[in-house]
Design a binder for this molecule. Structure first.
Ligand code: DX5
Ligand code: ZN
Length: 218
């Protein structure tokens, strides 16, 4: 059994106090801090860029899990790695035939890499790149905004992705992102995911440590 990790999505944090927010969330027991980068083109929302991540970096040693929801991600990966990202994930939908080379480029810059697919993409698009991945990220909402409802049709895809990973014999994390709460976290883990992103579920609670622990243990 892979270790279950909880990755609070910092998109739901208070951006005016972002440094304190990353520190507090890490101290509350987060395994990774999920950083959602949106460019207003790949998705209909704009969040933050590498400078924001760089300035948050000194506030914690926790793993920065940077989820790039941007067009032409290969143009910017060096900046996100230099800013202090430990893991950089890029969308299949934003790379298509350049996915493998983009994943390799992230690794050559010294970070871990992952491929992301939207709820409507089949797991089979990952077959040709799985060997390059340190992480696979399955979206359980269409990206762009926190607080959306989990799409249950993604559950069989989690199982399929877990099988694809198992067949490699490698240690590859399987992360699921979007709409995760105490009601569906158990099913997400049972399907084979070991990294659960949670934004609104974590940030709407006063006691961040308690909700992170519950999500991990449920
Ligand atoms: C969606 C982002 C998610 C999102 C998660 O575009 O990639 O990481 O912020 O937030 P919740 O858990 O509220 O769906
Ligand atoms: Zn995300």
């Amino acid at each position: 059994m892979k270790q279950i990790k909880i990755a609070p999505s910092m998109l739901s944090a208070d951006f005016a106090r972002f440094g304190e927010e990353v520190a507090k969330t890490a101290e509350s027991g987060a395994d990774l801090l999920h950083l959602d980068v949106m460019d207003g083109n790949f998705v209909n929302n704009i969040s933050f860029g590498p400078k924001f991540i760089e300035e948050a970096r000194p506030f914690t040693k926790a793993t920065f899990d940077t989820h790039l929801m941007i067009l032409n991600p290969w143009k910017y990966i060096d900046r996100f790695v230099k800013a202090g990202s430990d893991i950089v994930t890029v969308h299949y939908e934003a790379c298509k035939e350049r996915l493998k080379e983009t994943l390799k480029a992230i690794k050559s810059l010294g970070a871990k890499c992952g491929a992301v697919i939207n709820p409507d993409a089949p797991v089979s698009v990952l077959s040709s790149v799985i060997e390059e991945c340190d992480m696979v990220l399955l979206m359980s909402v269409f990206p762009g905004f926190g607080g959306q409802a989990f799409i249950p049709e993604v559950l069989p895809k989690i199982k399929e992705a877990a099988e694809l990973i198992a067949a490699t014999g490698k240690e590859i994390d399987l992360e699921v992102d979007g709409g995760i709460n105490l009601e569906n976290a158990g099913a997400v883990k049972a399907a084979g995911a070991n990294v659960l992103v949670a934004g609104s579920t974590v940030f709407k609670e006063k006691d961040r440590a308690a909700i992170i622990k519950k999500l991990r243990e449920i």
